[in-house]
Structures are given as structure tokens and as C-alpha cells.
Write a protein that binds this ligand. Structure first.
Ligand code: EPU
Length: 420
């Protein structure tokens, strides 16, 4: 099993490019199921989750081929009728977004409980409630869910909780349903708007994506015609992680090919902590400030402070003066990495399942640590780069799920990190 060996304590300098957004790419690939002809998806990040989604689609009968350096062509003209590859679906939360288009198209879908990061319970009740509202029957067995409907009927559906993937899944199902759908209390993430824009350019009729109320005029089972190209938007979590890295260790780091508007909440937080950030339309420039002040932070759905940036931000707060209360409101199990940081020398006190208190600044020492999930894994890389001495990070498949060849990109900034 590969590991990262990191020698910390170096200042980092230079330029780093942001890749296409993981959480837009996975949904873009899934959207191929709505089309009768091929679509092309460009600016894909070559990460493990994208490879897994490609395998799932191939298993379903989608023909996938390379299209340029960062592109894939996907042709879902004929599906094989095969089910989900269970082992893959169980390793990837985003596998659940396939269920919407599949149910609409194939009249029936059987799928296991989706896996992914272990960051809380992550139920799928909202997806099932949505399918029921569209007229589907749901059966659950020990291993699987089965949803079936002769024809999905558009519905007026209110999400009881804001959910990114459920918004995308029901939006895609509604595109092929009969009649009008209104989704209320929908998630606002820019990845949702970009998915809707692509579908609209190719014949769908979706209004209001990116706002709490999304209206979809259904196609009554008529598939969208292919031919379109989906250009994946920049990964705001990739960019935000580098911004935090720059605030911790940067001696001028320029983050290129990003969209600073998608990072407004993080930029505001960092500036309030004393970090100087310059920005242009598609770049950010950041350095470690002389004085970093602790600051409370609370995760929220977009456009709030992203839960995916919470662990990296906590690492930064171990280097800031004062006490920071970090409040994770989106997931209930996303603070499980703090013990490892404490073993490295951090002083973090758990308050309750959702809140921790970070006392800073504390010097960190290199240790052997295991990446529990994508984002905490990246946070550990930042901690190891800050720490004195050598760290070994294990279970780096988790990091490769979301960040493409992270070590090569960090080496370009002068980081001492190796994959062994
Ligand atoms: N929830 C339910 N029932 C449901 C669905 C969600 O209770 O049926 C709850 C969740 O347990 C959670 C909250 O609703 O407490 C919000 O979850 P959401 O459904 O919005 O999350 P998701 O769609 O599963 C996506 C990203 C996550 C990101 C969250 C929040 C993908 C593939 N994943 O997850 O990304 O943290 O939105 O922004 O889009 C990551 O990239 O590392 C990652 C975990």
C-alpha cells in the first residue's frame, strides 16, 4: 500500500493549478444516462472516484472512451440492464445519483446503500421520499433498495433537509418524468447550477437551479439528444484547501484556474484571521501572515463555509493565537480526525459530537497517521507539512479519491513529500 512521507517545516512558494470539481464531475458523468446519444465531459480530474464512476457506468452498458487529455465521451444509447456493481457502489456515495436517471429510464432500479466517506450516518431517506413523491414504489431488503415505476410523474416536493446529491438526483429524474416538478428547499451548490446549465443546453427545461426552488418541465420519458460538451467547473474545495495551505505555510502561493466567487465564505474567514489574500477573476494569491488570529467557524450549506474545508481549517487554527470553536453542522461524524492531530501536538478539545475547541498556537510534530477520509486526509497533509520532522500518511487511497497526484502538485511548491 502506498504512503506519503512528508518532511515538514518548509515554506511553500509558487503556482498551483486547480482541477475540475470532483463533485461536479461525478454528476456530469451520471447525467450521460439521460441522453440517447453521446456526450463529452471535459476538464475532468483524474481521481479514483471518477474512475469508479466510469466503471459503474460501463457496467450499466454506457460506452466510455477517452476524449482528449482530460475528457471522456459517454454513450448511453443502449443500456445492458445490468445492475450496480455492489462493491463499487458501496465505496462511492455519488453512486446514488445514478438511481434517479436509471429509475426514470429503466422503470426499475435495484441498488445497495451507497458508501463513501465515513463522516456520519449518511442515510438516503430523502432520495426515497422523492422517488415516492414521483409515484415510485420502494421495497427494501437487507442488502438492497428497489425502486420501480411504470412512469415517473412530476411532483411538488419539499426537501426536509438540504441535500446536494438528492437535489441533483431528483432534478435528473424529473427531466425524464411526465409533467412539471417543483423542488423546494433545494441545495444551492454551484455544481448543481452547472449540471442544470449543461442539461438545459441539451434540451432539458430546468429553471432556478442554484436557488432554493427548482422547476423542471419533464420530457415524458423522451431522452435528451446527445452531442453536447460538459466543461467541469473548477474545484472550489481543491482551491480552498490550497488557500488554507498558503495561509499556514505560504510565501506567496498563486492558485490558478479557480473561481474565487465560489470561495467567498472561506476568504472572509481567512481575512478575518489576518490572512492577506489577493484575487483576480480566476486566481488567488496567498501568504502566511505574520500574525494569525484564532477564529470560530461554523460549516453550512453553500454559500456558507463548506464542511469539506472544515478539517483543513482546523489544522490552520492549531497555528493561530487564541481559541477557535469549530462547529460542524452538516455531518455528525466529521470531527473524528482530532485525536490524530492531538497526537501530533495539537490541543483540541471535543465539546460535543458537533463542536471542538482548538487552542493555539501549538507546534506540531511529525507522526505516522492514517487518512480517514478525503478531506481529513488532505488536512493531515497540511498538518505534516507544518510539523517538525517526518510524518508518514497511510491509507492514501482516500486522498487519491479526491485529489489528483497531490504530491506532484505540492512538490512544485517546494514541499518535501514523496509517495512510496
Ligand atoms: N441526509 C439525510 N438523508 C438523505 C440525504 C442526506 O439525512 O437522504 C443528510 C446527510 O446525512 C447530511 C446532510 O443531509 O447530514 C447533507 O448531506 P448531503 O446529501 O448534502 O451530502 P452529499 O450529497 O452526500 C455532497 C458531497 C460531499 C459534501 C456534501 C456537503 C458529493 C458526491 N458529495 O455529499 O462531499 O461534503 O455534499 O456539501 O457531491 C467530499 O467531497 O469529500 C464530500 C464528502
Amino acid at each position: 500500500m502506498a504512503e506519503f512521507i512528508i518532511k515538514g517545516g518548509k515554506k511553500l512558494k509558487g503556482e498551483i493549478e486547480v482541477h475540475g470539481a470532483k463533485n461536479a464531475a461525478l454528476k456530469a458523468l451520471a447525467s450521460s444516462l439521460l441522453f440517447s446519444g453521446p456526450i463529452t465531459v471535459k476538464n475532468l480530474p483524474w481521481i479514483e472516484d471518477v474512475f469508479r464512476m466510469k466503471e459503474l457506468l460501463e457496467e450499466l452498458g454506457v460506452k466510455v472512451s477517452k476524449a482528449g487529455e482530460r475528457g471522456l465521451k459517454l454513450d448511453a444509447k443502449k443500456l445492458s440492464g445490468a445492475g450496480f456493481r455492489k462493491e463499487i457502489a458501496k465505496s462511492l456515495r455519488a453512486s446514488v445519483v445514478l438511481t434517479g436517471p436509471l429509475l426514470a429510464r429503466e422503470k426499475k432500479v435495484i441498488f445497495p446503500h451507497p458508501g463513501g466517506d465515513v463522516i456520519g450516518k449518511r442515510p438516503i431517506d430523502i432520495f426515497l421520499e422523492g422517488f415516492r413523491a414521483f409515484g415510485a414504489k420502494i421495497r427494501t431488503s437487507r442488502d438492497n433498495y428497489e425502486a420501480s415505476a411504470e412512469k415517473l410523474k412530476g411532483a411538488d416536493f419539499t426537501f426536509k433537509m438540504i441535500s446536494v446529491s438528492a437535489t441533483e438526483t431528483l432534478m435528473m429524474a424529473a427531466v425524464l418524468a411526465k409533467g412539471r416538478t417543483i423542488l423546494r428547499n433545494a441545495a444551492l451548490e454551484p455544481e448543481i447550477e452547472s449540471l442544470a446549465n449543461f442539461l438545459n443546453k441539451n434540451g432539458a427545461r430546468i429553471r432556478g437551479a442554484g436557488t432554493p426552488t427548482v422547476e423542471i418541465a419533464g420530457q415524458n420519458s423522451r431522452l435528451l439528444r446527445g452531442g453536447g460538451t460538459f466543461e467541469i467547473i473548477p474545484d472550489r474545495i481543491d482551491a480552498g484547501s490550497f488557500l488554507i495551505l498558503g495561509a499556514a505555510l505560504g510565501a506567496r502561493i498563486k492558485i490558478k484556474k479557480c473561481n474565487p466567487l465560489h470561495l467567498a465564505a472561506l476568504i472572509f474567514l481567512l481575512e478575518s484571521a489576518g490572512v492577506k489574500i489577493k484575487s483576480g477573476p480566476d486566481w488567488l494569491l496567498v501568504s502566511r501572515p505574520r500574525k494569525l488570529t484564532s477564529l470560530d467557524a461554523k460549516t453550512r450549506e453553500y454559500p456558507g463555509f463548506a464542511t469539506d474545508l472544515q478539517a483543513p481549517f482546523t489544522v490552520l487554527m492549531t497555528q493561530a493565537r487564541g481559541q477557535a470553536m469549530i462547529f460542524e453542522t452538516v455531518f455528525e461524524g466529521r470531527l473524528n480526525y482530532i485525536e490524530e492531530l492531538n497526537r501530533m501536538g495539537a490541543k483540541i478539545t471535543p465539546c460535543d459530537p458537533h463542536r471542538i475547541l482548538v487552542h493555539g498556537p501549538t507546534p506540531l510534530r511529525g507522526r505516522d497517521i492514517e487518512a480517514p477520509d478525503i478531506r481529513a486526509g488532505l488536512a493531515f497533509i497540511i498538518a505534516a507539512l507544518v510539523a517538525k520532522g517526518e510524518s508518514r500518511i497511510k491509507n492514501i487511497y482516500q486522498i487519491d479519491r479526491g485529489y489528483e497526484r497531490i504530491e506532484e502538485r505540492l512538490q512544485k511548491l517546494g514541499a518535501d513529500i514523496e509517495r512510496v
